[in-house]
Write a protein that binds this ligand. Structure first.
Ligand SMILES: *[C@@H]1O[C@H](CO)[C@@H](O)[C@H](O)[C@H]1NC(C)=O
Ligand SMILES: *[C@@H]1O[C@H](CO)[C@@H](O)[C@H](O)[C@H]1NC(C)=O
Ligand SMILES: *[C@@H]1O[C@H](CO)[C@@H](O)[C@H](O)[C@H]1NC(C)=O
Ligand SMILES: *[C@@H]1O[C@H](CO)[C@@H](O)[C@H](O)[C@H]1NC(C)=O
Ligand SMILES: *[C@@H]1O[C@H](CO)[C@@H](O)[C@H](O)[C@H]1NC(C)=O
Ligand SMILES: *[C@@H]1O[C@H](CO)[C@@H](O)[C@H](O)[C@H]1NC(C)=O
Ligand SMILES: *[C@@H]1O[C@H](CO)[C@@H](O)[C@H](O)[C@H]1NC(C)=O
Ligand SMILES: *[C@@H]1O[C@H](CO)[C@@H](O)[C@H](O)[C@H]1NC(C)=O
Ligand SMILES: *[C@@H]1O[C@H](CO)[C@@H](O)[C@H](O)[C@H]1NC(C)=O
Ligand SMILES: *[C@@H]1O[C@H](CO)[C@@H](O)[C@H](O)[C@H]1NC(C)=O
Ligand SMILES: *[C@@H]1O[C@H](CO)[C@@H](O)[C@H](O)[C@H]1NC(C)=O
Ligand SMILES: *[C@@H]1O[C@H](CO)[C@@H](O)[C@H](O)[C@H]1NC(C)=O
Length: 711
């Protein structure tokens, strides 16, 4: 039979879903269609309750009256609708309970739309649905409980993750009725209350339980240990406390146990952990775990990811760790681990890609066996007590992109650079707080480093000059050399670093003038402001960090002399400019008023003369301003940001006058009054504060992270 055709042209294309649905509903009358009138009605009712259907009404209309042929709908052999698969259809509005009337519906997938309102109880309590996926929508409100008399439901997969569901998570009553449940994903909502204890007593087949990114409290229910089929337990990023119950280790099929960022305490019991011989991922980071890593960890032969970071764990690493030959990622950062790293034979871990030991008390040298891990992409050993020289074998790590050795006692920087230039993929090299009192190598033959983007050699202190080899780092974006004892002038080749946008050479003994061609550095005056710190840019996405770095020029605390070059006005996207504590003379160039993105401007403690350019009040973002202790004169500009600066910004300039200063401006000028010089402030603090005020709190956090990397 020929399906009934709609006279499309007669209807306005602007017709609403509701209108069209009603029209469809009324005009569908083919007696031979295999789906029933009631099913059609239910589907059209669903359509009608949407506020935006993403073209679904049009598509269904074009496909005639036979609803089994409609886009996203599949019917079984008996003609009953079995599948409603409408993920990624740009649907908006509420989810109609009418879908619960589709008596043969097995699979309902509405994920990745913009559906709002509650999840209708009719769908949860459906006596046919086995897979229900409404993830990635904007469903809100509470999840309703099933009535306590509900008979066993067939639902096997329930994905309500990434919605806006909140308040109390459904209690055991609901889950008792779900005794066929295999996978429950409620992650990334705002559920509160305790994790229900009844899951596996009623749903013995539960294999996947994902409750991460919610606000669950209380402890992990010991009853979960009865989940004999459980493979995945993810309850990270909640407020769980207490200890991991020993019963949980009865769930011997567990492959993925992830509980990061809670307040769970206790020790890793070696006799329990061995029961989880199938474990692939163990993530307990960001909790209050203490004690040692048990020797029996070596029996977890399938282990790929071991993340114990940010806990209070201590002791030496067990040598049995080298038995976990499938390890890909180890993160032990921010604990109290100690002892020699050479206790572990890393050469048996050929798959290792990231090793993070930041902030522990490890001592000794870098174990030679580590150089066999040829797939290593990120290695962070910073913040320990390691010493010695780097082995030439580090050049065997051809995939290494991120290396941080900062805050240790490594020696021989010449050697370090010579061996590291053999790592062709290195893009981040952080080695500050090492090489105490050594000479900055001036060797022109340090080639390599083709991909280096970030170089930090701060706080050593290093003697010598800013070396020519740096000029050959063609991709360098951040150069961090503060707190050293470098002498000589700022080299004019600095302009050859075409990608440089962050230069911190403060706290050295650099002399001479600020080279005018520094302002020619292309990136310093181009528009690009977002920079992705290539931290851990390996496979493990977890370690990618996007940070909006401000363009920064910090030449403070040196012995620079001469005038501030006029060309400084070219650096229009500069966010922070610090020239304080130098011996600069002459006037503040009026071109400074071009730097309209400045948040921080510090010219304090120099010998600048003349007037403050009045047009500086047009720098609307300026939130930290300091020109104290110079020899400036005349009135302080008024208006704009200038009304917000404290007097201390201007202290120590006896010839300045202003309405808030002791010395008022005016025709009958009073004799100059000496104002006490302000103490040297930590110029990095106002920068971070100002910066975070501008870009939001998240950036303050990122800056803190950065300061950890750079040490
Ligand atoms: C339904 O119509 C759309 C056009 O709107 C077409 O792309 C799709 O293939 C049709 N589906 C079926 C099952 O005929
Ligand atoms: C639902 O559809 C999305 C998008 O196609 C898919 O990623 C997801 O796996 C589906 N859900 C289920 C349970 O199959
Ligand atoms: C929802 O969760 C189920 C079970 O874990 C999974 O099969 C499905 O792919 C998930 N849906 C999406 C969109 O990721
Ligand atoms: C749960 O859903 C989220 C998306 O909301 C997804 O990223 C995650 O992988 C899912 N969990 C499991 C165990 O499938
Ligand atoms: C959490 O849910 C929000 C809103 O649906 C979504 O934008 C975000 O990507 C989700 N996060 C994760 C980690 O899946
Ligand atoms: C686990 O199940 C057994 C038998 O079904 C039962 O005796 C025991 O009390 C359960 N344990 C927990 C912690 O629920
Ligand atoms: C866990 O937190 C709850 C509050 O959420 C508190 O009542 C309880 O005492 C805590 N338990 C432990 C062991 O700290
Ligand atoms: C589960 O773990 C508990 C505590 O570790 C133990 O007493 C019990 O015998 C184990 N086995 C079962 C089946 O509950
Ligand atoms: C490490 O592996 C070896 C050989 O497979 C085994 O004999 C030994 O018991 C394991 N050690 C530990 C601590 O698991
Ligand atoms: C190293 O990484 C490559 C690419 O990811 C992979 O094909 C190879 O198997 C890895 N080697 C080892 C020993 O795991
Ligand atoms: C430092 O390394 C260089 C180059 O590898 C080497 O020639 C020199 O002897 C080393 N210096 C010391 C003190 O070990
Ligand atoms: C100020 O910016 C303009 C372009 O916006 C540029 O042409 C001019 O040279 C700059 N002035 C100075 C003094 O750098």
């Amino acid at each position: 039979m020929k399906p009934l055709h709609f006279p499309c042209k007669k209807y306005s294309t602007k017709i609403t879903s509701l209108g069209l649905a009603l029209v469809l509903l009324i005009s569908l009358a083919s007696p031979t269609s295999s789906c029933t009138e009631q099913e059609k009605g239910s589907l059209l009712q669903f359509l009608a309750e949407l506020s935006q259907d993403g073209g679904l009404a049009t598509s269904w209309k074009e496909n005639g009256t036979e609803c089994c042929a409609w886009e996203g709908i599949t019917c079984g052999a008996d003609g009953a609708v079995t599948d409603v698969l409408l993920a990624l259809k740009d649907l908006k509005g509420g989810v109609s309970p009418s879908l619960g009337n589709l008596a043969g519906l097995l699979r309902l997938n509405l994920s990745h739309n913009s559906l709002t309102g509650v999840l209708p109880l009719e769908l949860l309590s459906s006596s046919s649905i086995i897979i229900l996926d409404v993830s990635f929508n904007h469903l809100n409100g509470e999840m309703q409980e099933l009535p306590s008399s509900t008979y066993a439901r067939p639902l096997q997969v329930l994905n309500i993750s990434s919605n806006l569901l909140r308040r109390q998570f459904p209690s055991s009553i609901t889950w008792e009725a779900m005794n066929n449940l295999v996978a429950l994903n409620a992650s990334n909502n705002s559920f509160t209350g305790q994790i229900p204890s009844h899951f596996c007593i009623s749903s013995p087949s539960l294999a996947v339980l994902d409750l991460c990114y919610n606000q669950f409290t209380g402890s992990i229910p010991p009853e979960l240990g009865n989940c004999s089929k459980l493979r995945v337990l993810n309850a990270g990023h909640n407020n769980l406390n207490g200890t991991v119950p020993n019963e949980l280790f009865n769930a011997s099929l567990l492959e993925y146990l992830s509980l990061p960022d809670n307040v769970i305490e206790g020790v890793l019991d070696g006799s329990q952990i061995v029961k989880l011989g199938n474990m692939v991922t163990l993530d307990l980071g960001g909790n209050n775990f203490s004690g040692k890593i048990p020797d029996s960890i070596g029996q977890l032969g399938r282990l790929e990811e071991l993340h114990l970071h940010q806990n209070k764990m201590s002791g030496e690493l067990p040598s049995s760790l080298s038995n976990c030959t499938n390890l890909i990622s180890i993160n032990f950062k921010s604990n109290y681990f100690n002892g020699e790293l050479s206790k572990v034979n890393f050469s048996t871990l050929p798959k290792l890609k990231t090793l993070d030991l930041l902030y522990n008390n490890f001592s000794g040298t870098v174990p030679k066996s580590l150089y066999s891990c040829s797939n290593l992409t990120a290695l962070r050993l910073s913040g320990n007590n390691l010493h010695g020289q780097l082995s030439t074998r580090i050049g065997d790590l051809k995939h290494l992109t991120f290396l941080s050795l900062a805050m240790n006692s490594f020696t021989n920087i010449t050697n370090a650079l010579h061996v590291l230039k053999r790592c062709p993929n290195l893009n981040t090299l952080l080695m500050g707080h090492n090489f105490r009192g050594e000479l900055m190598p001036e060797d022109d033959f340090i080639g390599g480093f083709e991909n280096l983007q970030v170089l930090a050699l701060n706080d050593c202190p290093l003697f010598g000059k800013m070396p020519l080899w740096i000029s050959k780092l063609a991709n360098l974006e951040m150069l961090i050399l503060y707190n050293n004892q470098l002498t000589g002038s700022i080299p004019s080749w600095i302009k050859d670093l075409k990608h440089l946008f962050y230069l911190d050479i403060s706290n050295n003994s650099l002399t001479g003038e600020i080279p005018a061609n520094l302002m020619d550095t292309p990136m310093l005056h181009s528009e690009k402001t977002i920079f992705e710190l290539p931290v851990y840019s390996g496979r493990s996405l977890q370690y990618r960090i996007r940070i909006a770095f401000a363009k920064m020029l910090d030449l403070s605390n040196n012995k620079l002399s001469g005038e501030i070059p006029l060309e400084i006005g070219q650096l229009e996207s500069l966010v922070s400019l610090n020239l304080s504590f130098n011996e600069l003379t002459g006037q503040i160039p009026i071109s400074i008023c071009n730097l309209t993105n400045l948040l921080v401007l510090d010219f304090s403690n120099n010998s600048l003369t003349g007037a403050i350019p009045a047009a500086l009040n047009s720098l609307h973002f300026l939130s930290a301003f300091n020109i104290s202790i110079n020899d400036l004169e005349g009135p302080i500009p008024s208006g704009g940001q200038f009304n917000t600066f404290q007097n201390s910004s201007f202290d120590g300039n006896p010839k300045l006058c202003g309405s808030t200063l002791t010395q008022k401006c005016g025709p009958a000028s009073t004799p100059p009054v000496t104002i006490m010089a302000s103490k040297q402030t930590d110029y990095k603090v106002p920068f971070v504060i100002a910066f975070s005020l501008f870009f939001g709190v998240g950036v303050l956090y990122d800056q803190t992270i950065l300061s950890r990397y750079l040490g």
